[in-house]
Design a protein around this ligand. Structure first.
Ligand code: SAM
Ligand code: DTB
Ligand code: SF4
Length: 331
């Protein structure tokens, strides 16, 4: 791995590394002076990663809309009228075509997302074929399909799934304000099954949903205290979609988003922290601060699931401007 650590900012290991992060300790990190927080995050980032390399994941919605869950942020919930057209599952050939295009554009991971509470037996048959085919292209595979049982995690592992994305989304205390059709424990149970099956865990959350600082810290503490913590941690800024209950939520101060990235980096030093949804609405300057705070992964390609993302040209220009490069091209 290429390291570019300069002597005078060589990371200093804290004398006592907390094994478990209390919500209070995470909240204290959030309250640090901005420069001190960024400095700590940079130290830890450089201890574990090439600070100029960014991992690129492309998303594809393999089944869109009509979801039976009532997540307040999500345009794909059947409870809301966000104008998303319900579509049946894509054919395997369509998924492979999209994965090849993503690979040619420089993505190294391909994430297949479905608007399901959980996949059915028939759904799993198609998903298994998709995972095998994308893996066959030499890409890392990721899927996000809702809740899984033991049989399904095993099927995905055998098919060659590298990562399973299942977000905790917010703190246990705020969860009920956002979702009523499932419990926090349901999410934790699926994550445990994914881990037990031997796949990498991708789990993060959304900020800017009206949570207070303690609740934001509560999400990070939950993630950081998982044993082990997730290999991949997507931090999403709420994309406000007309027709969803959260459409009129007050804007999060962009610097508070940057702080969340920094706190995730400090509490989960070896995780890939992904600057996820919300980049289209973000300035280059804020994105640069997110990279400085320890983000080292992005969604790459002009579409998230149902909403937009910066196009490849804008992201390539941003990487060039910052002297950054795709992780897979240099490593
Ligand atoms: N249905 C599956 C599930 O909920 O796990 C997989 C797809 S779901 C769309 C994946 C994740 O997208 C959610 O957990 C949430 O974190 C994120 N997401 C959905 N709508 C969003 C929005 N409007 N803004 C930011 N993130 C969002
Ligand atoms: C994640 O944490 N964010 C992605 C991915 N995992 C599946 C999804 C973002 C969705 C944003 C709203 C949309 O495009 O529908
Ligand atoms: Fe369904 Fe996932 Fe959207 Fe919730 S976040 S409504 S489970 S697609």
């Amino acid at each position: 791995m290429q390291t570019q650590t300069v002597e005078f900012i060589r990371p200093v290991k804290p004398k006592t590394t907390p094994q478990r992060w209390s919500v209070e300790a995470v909240e204290e990190l959030f309250k640090l002076p901005f420069s001190d927080l960024m400095f700590r995050a940079q130290q830890i980032h450089r201890e574990h990663f090439d600070p100029n390399a960014v991992q690129l994941s492309t998303l594809l919605s393999i089944k869109t809309g009509g979801c039976s869950e009532d997540c307040g942020y999500c345009p794909q919930s059947a409870f809301h009228d966000a104008g998303v057209e319900n579509r049946k599952m894509l054919e395997v050939s369509e998924v492979v075509r999209a994965a090849k295009a993503a690979q040619e554009a420089g993505a190294d991971r391909f994430c297949m997302g479905a608007a399901w509470r959980e996949p059915s037996k028939e759904d799993m048959e198609s998903v298994v074929e998709m995972v095998k085919a994308v893996r066959g292209l030499g890409m890392e595979t990721c899927a996000t399909l809702g809740m899984l049982n033991d049989e399904q995690t095993e099927q995905l592992r055998v098919a060659g799934l590298d990562y399973y994305n299942h977000n905790l989304d917010t703190s246990p205390e705020f969860y009920g304000d956002i979702i009523s059709t499932r419990d926090y424990q349901d999410r934790l149970d699926t994550l445990e099954r994914v881990r037990k099956a031997g796949m990498h865990v991708c789990s993060g959350g959304i900020v800017g949903m009206g949570e207070d600082l303690t609740q934001r810290a509560g999400l990070v503490a939950q993630l950081a205290n998982m044993e082990p913590y997730p290999e991949s941690v997507p931090i999403n800024n709420l994309v406000k979609v007309e027709g969803t209950p959260l459409a009129d939520t007050a804007d999060l101060d962009p610097l508070d988003f940057v702080r969340t990235i920094a706190v995730a980096r400090i509490t989960m030093p070896t995780a890939r922290v992904r600057l996820s949804a919300g980049r289209q609405q973000m300035s280059d300057a804020i994105q640069a601060l997110c990279f400085l705070a320890g983000a080292n992964s992005i969604f790459y390609g002009d579409q998230l699931l149902t909403t937009g993302n910066p196009d490849v040209e804008r992201d390539r220009a941003l990487m060039d401007k910052l002297g950054m490069y795709p992780f897979a091209e240099k490593h």
